[in-house]
Design a protein around this ligand. Structure first.
Ligand code: TNX
Length: 495
């Protein structure tokens, strides 16, 4: 036994080994999110001047990603001595989105899907970054990897403040680099409506005219949204649209006052207030027609099988019946309903999604049966809260001392019952008035979210995460991200 332990210690050259159930990561490789299994060595190959890509048929998006990687490195070549091979395997050893990356004289990525290969390319990109940064070259290694959760999300509230197409595209690139795969767009709220709806043109004429503080409004045409979907699809990011109902609809009421109850206020609002507006439950003919026409257009633009209908913070008669009616409209359009945790009160179809944010709504076990749960607990994932206590221009209603990187990383989904399919971090944007402010709130905390959603719970050790994440500053710089200079990553020093 002693001898075995001795041999294990001697083999520190191999990166990851276990004593009992506690993993010890000796790898210097700064990968985020941390892969399931990294077996690296201290043997390095100089980066070849010419690398030839050899991709199997049906490797559409992973091949494109590999071409971009070799181009960026300036090493792509038709007849390089070193090969980068993308191989589709029929072996059942690969989990959904799982892959194996082997670096030897040649580089081999294997998976049983284009998606798995794509994630292998993302890992390889991070290894190249490290190889260049450390000047060590490419380590001989084998990585076996697969995600913990299928839902690894980032939400951006483009309703309270609008973000440009360019910003969203850049964000999708950044997400893909960290293996995040759901971009949830919060497209409507009291202070703004952001998607062109052909049957209701005033939603954008009036509802998109402004934002919180009376800042500039804006909206996406359906053609632009389709373009965004195509861009995201190529990076295995699915765009999940959210249209709020029956509450958070002041921008709707200002555009079409007939959907408000008589006497309700129907002017645009630019304050932070929530919970005051609702589609009038007494005008069900008009409201049903509105809901059905709008959701049909949304369903046509977004291929995602899931459509988010909000459903939170509202007090209306027949709430559950309303949500069930909306669920039937979505069924007619071939979509699955997703809502904030409050929709658990309604009997929606099996397979619908609940997004937990406070765990306060009256959710009993029965209402969770057959539901899929995405975790966005405000205590850990609300990125509109400060990077540090009392950060200016952040909210703190959920956690008075903010949601620092360490707090994000400390989240454990183990406390939740039911069928948890993933984790998502919302960026509510009441205070997010510029791209730089969005960057500051999102990064580096989204790297921690990516690791929570991808990496096995047993491998999560904050000190090791910070050690790896630290090295990503140069990558975030290459992405032109105005990240928060996090102290735990030593980014507060200007070196
Ligand atoms: C709660 S979480 C909201 C949002 C606000 C956010 C601010 C949820 C479903 N609703 O409307 O923007 O707090 O932190």
């Amino acid at each position: 036994m002693k001898k075995i332990i001795f041999l294990l210690i001697i083999s520190v050259a191999t990166t990851c080994f276990y004593i009992g159930a506690v993993p010890i990561q000796t790898s210097k490789l700064p990968l985020v999110p941390l892969p399931l299994e990294v077996n690296s060595t201290q043997l390095y190959f100089p980066i070849a001047k010419e690398i030839q890509l050899e991709a199997d048929n049906n490797t559409k998006w992973s091949k494109q990603a590999a071409i971009r990687l070799l181009q960026d490195l300036g090493v792509g070549s038709e007849n390089g001595a070193v090969k980068l091979q993308l191989k589709l395997s029929t072996s059942s050893e690969f989990a959904v989105a799982g892959y194996r990356l082997s670096i030897d004289k040649n580089i081999l990525i294997e998976a049983n899907s284009d998606k798995g290969l794509f994630y292998g390319v993302q890992t390889l990109k991070q290894i190249f970054n490290y190889a260049l940064q450390s000047k060590l070259g490419l380590p001989k290694l084998v990585i076996n990897d697969q995600p913990r959760y299928e839902w690894r999300g980032s939400m951006i509230d483009v309703a309270r403040h609008f973000r440009s197409m360019e910003y969203l595209k850049a964000h999708i690139e950044r997400m893909a680099h960290y293996k995040l795969n759901k971009l949830h767009l919060h497209l409507s709220d009291d202070q703004g409506w952001r998607m062109e709806i052909k049957a209701y043109p005033k939603l954008t004429e009036i509802g998109a005219s402004t934002a919180v503080f009376g800042d500039p409004g804006g909206f996406y045409s359906q053609a632009e949204l389709k373009e965004l979907v195509a861009f995201a699809t190529q990076r295995f990011v699915e765009i999940v649209p959210e249209i709020e109902m029956p509450g958070h609809v002041q921008a709707v009421l200002a555009s079409y006052p007939e959907l408000a109850c008589d006497g309700d206020n129907t002017t645009m609002q630019t304050s932070f207030a929530t919970g005051y507006s609702a589609l009038c439950s007494e005008k069900s003919n008009l409201v049903d027609q509105f809901v059905s026409k709008v959701l049909t257009e949304v369903a046509e633009v977004f291929p995602s099988s899931v459509l988010h209908i909000g459903g939170e913070e509202v007090d209306v008669a027949n709430y559950a019946e309303f949500i069930q009616k909306v669920d039937r409209v979505l069924a007619d359009n071939g979509k699955t309903l997703m809502g904030w945790e409050e929709v658990a009160e309604a009997k929606t179809r099996e397979g619908s999604y609940l997004q937990f944010w406070q765990k306060k709504a009256p959710i009993d076990q029965a209402s969770l049966a057959g539901k899929k749960i995405v975790l966005s607990p405000c205590l850990y994932t609300y990125l509109d809260h400060g990077n540090y206590p009392d950060q200016s221009e952040t909210l703190n209603w959920c956690r008075s001392s903010g949601v620092p990187l360490k707090q994000v990383y400390s989240f454990s989904p183990a406390d939740y019952e039911g069928n948890v399919v993933g984790i998502e971090a919302p960026l509510w944007s009441e205070w997010v008035r510029s791209d730089a402010m969005a960057d500051n709130r999102l990064w580096p905390r989204l790297m921690a979210v990516a690791e929570l959603a991808w990496t096995a719970e047993t491998l999560k050790i904050y000190q090791q995460f910070t050690h790896r994440a630290m090295a990503h500053r140069a990558q975030l710089d290459r992405f032109s991200i105005h990240y928060y200079p996090e102290k735990d990553l030593n980014w507060d020093h200007n070196d």
